[in-house]
Unconditional design. Structure first.
Length: 459
């Protein structure tokens, strides 16, 4: 039994470790901005530069809340990578603290410490909360949603139920996948007969007021069409045909093997629980509290969504981690020895992560090379448009298509292997490259990179 002083020390140590794993070696020299990071930063910069206006074209893929918050931070501190990544790192640490409060609300401070440690050390959580993506803000809101739902379940205070609805609304206008939580919420409402109480309908109204206007604008901006086209892409069927073979982050195997390798010891924990309880474990689910059953339903819904989405196309899905953390903590609360093995493996994998595994430096080195040769009036046509546009905002940067390449005379062509092969399928583009451009650079890369080429116009 830990004394209050030791619990405080343990919590501070976990928070410091969470910060350490997310900060150390998190520099452009180690891991450059990748496409999504640059894209979200550009959208935030657009908001700053246009007096708060958001380009409706961007509403077709994601809700805008993250970009607006990032724009506010950029307005105050500047739009550098340090500011943007610093923001998501702080979100990661703040979420660690929220998970402590979740565990404490579920049972006690010891469960809270286990919840916090699991999130602080999880390789997938570390990976995601080191980069400028939507998931850190989404998970922050979702765990706060869970925290207030637990409080509402225990005390029945309407303000906690309404706060939970507000926070879920904020999560849903951060990233669409937050809607997965509506599945366990429906289960919770039906099991507790919450729909017969006034607070439920007030909460539904509050949620609708937050979400409806944003999603109407997204639908009007082509949200459905954009995603239907995305999932009808031929690469989807290729992945279905070979779901366990992929050189990119598009299959279940690479999903597990890259950032989710830290989940491997979970099998040990699950095996220990089942060996100790046998089939009684599954029968015991009927005796769980409503909130714990909520977590189980949430995990099942997230697993089904995650596996289908991961196999169907490129995605670093993170939603499955969220309900997994408190459930892992519950199991570890009882089986402490196995829990320590899990947490140690999490820590080792995360340490390896920021030393090597998460590294992706091909584009970083390419940006550095182009910058060394860039002169006034030079322009770039690039397959990785967002990264080039973010780094070279004072030059003309054009998104790569065969038509734009043929109609323009850009100084530099920056293209990875896959996009180059696609471009060369156009005979006229191939002729123009051979006649007017020299390849002046080929990026170094590790096993998680793709090679990036730079062509410079000579004609």
């Amino acid at each position: 039994m830990l004394t209050p002083e030791r619990k405080t020390v343990a919590l501070l140590s976990i928070l410091l470790l969470a910060l350490f794993l997310r900060v150390v070696n998190n520099t452009p020299e180690f891991a450059s901005y990748w496409y999504d990071e640059a894209e979200y930063s550009l959208r935030a910069m657009h908001i700053v530069d246009h007096g708060g206006a958001y380009d409706p074209h961007f509403l077709r893929d994601h809700p805008p809340l993250f970009m607006y918050i990032l724009a506010g931070i950029f307005s105050a501190f500047g739009s550098s990578w340090l500011v943007a990544r610093g923001f998501v790192v702080l979100l990661g640490v703040a979420t660690t603290l929220v998970l402590f409060l979740v565990g404490k609300a579920l049972k006690d401070e010891e469960l809270g410490l286990i919840c916090a440690a699991a999130f602080a050390l999880s390789p997938l959580a570390v990976f995601v909360t080191r980069e400028v993506v939507l998931e850190p803000l989404m998970s922050f809101f979702l765990f706060l949603t869970l925290l207030f739902l637990i409080r509402f379940d225990k005390a029945g205070k309407p303000r906690d139920g309404i706060a939970s609805a507000v926070l879920l609304g904020l999560a849903c206008i951060t990233k669409v996948v937050a809607f997965v939580v509506l599945v366990p919420l429906l289960f919770y409402v039906l099991k507790t007969k919450l729909h017969k109480k006034k607070v439920f309908w007030v909460s539904v109204a509050v949620f609708a007021v937050i979400v409806t206007p944003v999603y109407i604008m997204m639908l009007m901006s082509g949200f459905l069409g954009f995603h239907l086209v995305k999932f009808s892409n031929p690469s989807v069927y290729t992945v279905w045909g070979q779901p366990f073979i992929s050189s990119n982050f598009v299959s279940l195997l690479t999903f597990i093997g890259w950032v989710n390798v830290g989940f491997v010891p979970v099998a040990l924990l699950a095996g220990t629980v089942l060996r100790a309880n046998g089939w009684k474990f599954f029968r015991s689910l009927r005796g769980l509290s409503t909130i714990n059953l909520f977590l189980v339903v949430w995990l099942i819904a997230s697993l089904l969504f995650s596996l289908s989405y991961t196999v169907m196309g490129p995605h670093y899905d993170y939603s499955v981690l969220l309900p997994f953390i408190p459930l892992l903590a519950w199991a570890g609360y009882r089986y402490r020895r196995v829990l320590m093995i899990v947490l140690v493996v999490f820590l080792v994998v995360s340490l390896c992560g920021f030393l090597f595994l998460f590294k992706s430096d091909a584009m970083n080195e390419t940006v550095r090379f182009v910058d060394s040769r860039m002169a006034d009036g030079d322009s770039i046509i690039s397959g990785d448009y967002s990264v080039m546009s973010y780094h070279f905002g004072d030059h003309e940067v054009v998104r790569l298509t065969a038509e734009d390449f043929l109609s323009g005379n850009h100084t530099f062509l920056v293209v990875d292997v896959a996009r180059l092969e696609s471009l060369l399928e156009n005979a006229s583009a191939e002729t123009k490259i051979q006649a007017e451009y020299d390849r002046v650079y080929s990026s170094p890369c590790n096993i998680f990179d793709t090679t990036v080429y730079v062509y410079e116009r000579t004609a």
